[in-house]
Design a protein around this ligand. Structure first.
Ligand code: FES
Ligand SMILES: [Fe+2]
Length: 337
């Protein structure tokens, strides 16, 4: 078992999360990278360490005319293949390693430069064509290992504890769990108590959160859980994204889609939906960051099949053979199921 699961496709951002010509550092599988988007919406990524003397390229700046990144230390510029721009229009050989990216509409994926073992799921393409993307929560680093966050995302019993505040969930009934290899699906119902007036005022989207909350959860091991919720104002879809940042920290964010549009009410409803989804991350993170170190549980609860499902795949990851494809990049479409 390797903590960063080499060969997993990781979703790292939606293009709207990047500002034009503004370098952004992010860490995945223990390595720092710099990501930037130009005016044409093209996204580039390099290892963040400057090959000259090790400055953080993400502290530098983008030169819009050449789509190069300038190092903050000695202002050497690098193109998106990691080649240094030299005097007299000369270009060096690649020195800074690019991070290979795969695009699905505006969603950005990477294998963290490892050989692919699982295809990139096409669910986000389907969601983008059927529903309205309303935005994403802020990205958050949870100070917990990837496996802990992976497990809570598949833990059907934690809502009445971890999410009792605000969402007032009293009990959860699991109607179905289907295991289809690296994809699984759960159908559940949360039974909620009445919210207080103060909670409604703070989170108006609770007005559209039914007392019996029917959810379908599509699990794409290990990076995505797509949660479909039926509300009186149409379906809402939250995509729980996680990736390992370091051995002890995990990055998460949740893109959100809605079935219907409400015209001038959209900004208010969208803001409130994003805010209440950020509360879910806050509650999960708060719980995970206070856990004692991992040990073998001394008791089992009902409905833990999805947790065992992720554990099984996590611990047997090394046994999975790489995908039969010629190479990353030139065949990226072959990796999409
Ligand atoms: S350290 Fe980057 S140019 Fe010198
Ligand atoms: Fe949760």
């Amino acid at each position: 078992m390797v903590w960063n699961l080499p060969g997993v496709p990781w979703l790292i951002a939606h293009k709207s999360m990047l500002q034009v010509n503004k370098p952004k550092m992010f860490t995945i599988c223990g390595k720092d990278y710099v990501l930037w988007k130009n005016e044409r919406g093209e996204v580039s990524a390099l290892e963040n360490i400057c090959p000259h003397m090790g400055a953080k390229l993400s502290d530098g700046w983008i030169c819009p005319n050449t789509n190069t990144i300038a190092c903050p230390f000695h202002a050497l510029e690098f193109d998106n293949e990691g080649r240094a721009i030299l005097p007299n229009d000369k270009i060096s050989k690649p020195l800074a390693k690019p991070l290979e990216l795969f695009f699905q509409g505006d969603f950005i994926w990477t294998y963290a430069n490892e050989t692919p073992k699982l295809p990139i799921p096409d669910v986000l393409e389907k969601l983008s064509s059927q529903y309205r993307y309303i935005g994403s929560t802020k990205e958050v680093t949870i100070k917990a290992p990837f496996l802990d966050v992976l497990e809570i995302n598949h833990d059907l019993n934690h809502a009445k504890g971890t999410h009792r505040e605000v969402f007032r969930i009293n009990s959860t009934k699991v109607d179905d769990f289907q295991d289809n290899g690296y994809y699984s699906i759960s159908k559940i119902r949360h039974f909620r108590a009445e919210n207080t007036l103060k909670e409604y005022l703070k989170n108006p989207s609770l007005l559209f959160t039914p007392k019996v909350l029917g959810l379908v959860l599509e699990n794409y091991f290990p990076s995505l859980v797509v949660v479909y919720t039926d509300t009186p104002v149409g379906k809402a879809i939250q995509v729980f994204i996680i990736y390992p940042e370091t051995e002890t920290t995990t990055r998460t964010f949740i893109p959100i889609f809605a079935e219907k549009s409400f015209g001038i009410l959209n900004p208010l409803l969208e803001k409130s939906t994003i805010k209440s989804t950020e509360e879910i991350i806050h509650q999960d993170g708060g719980m995970l960051e206070t856990l004692y170190p991992r040990f073998e549980p001394k008791i089992r609860l009902e409905n833990e099949e999805p947790v065992h499902w992720v554990r099984k795949h996590y611990y047997s990851w090394n046994d999975l053979t790489p995908l039969p494809c010629k190479g990353r990049g030139e065949n990226s479409e072959l990796l999409i199921i």
